[in-house]
Ligand binder design. Structure first.
Ligand SMILES: [Zn+2]
Length: 58
């Protein structure tokens, strides 16, 4: 199963900007590039910082 990763910075501004999809078994930290922020954003896939998988946003 895959779930969508949305930019947390854009989410704070009320914009749902999908960055990529990751497998639900994926672990670690990823740095997808956000076209809205014009930079790579840090996404933790595990631990307390992991994204809310139902919402796709953390
Ligand atoms: Zn962004």
């Amino acid at each position: 199963m895959k779930y969508a990763i949305y930019c947390p910075s854009c989410a704070k501004a009320g914009i749902s900007r999908k960055l990529m999809e990751v497998d639900s078994e994926a672990r670690g930290v990823i740095f997808p590039y956000c076209k809205g922020c014009h930079q790579n954003v840090k996404i933790c896939l595990e631990g307390s910082d992991r994204p809310d998988r139902k919402a796709g946003i953390y």
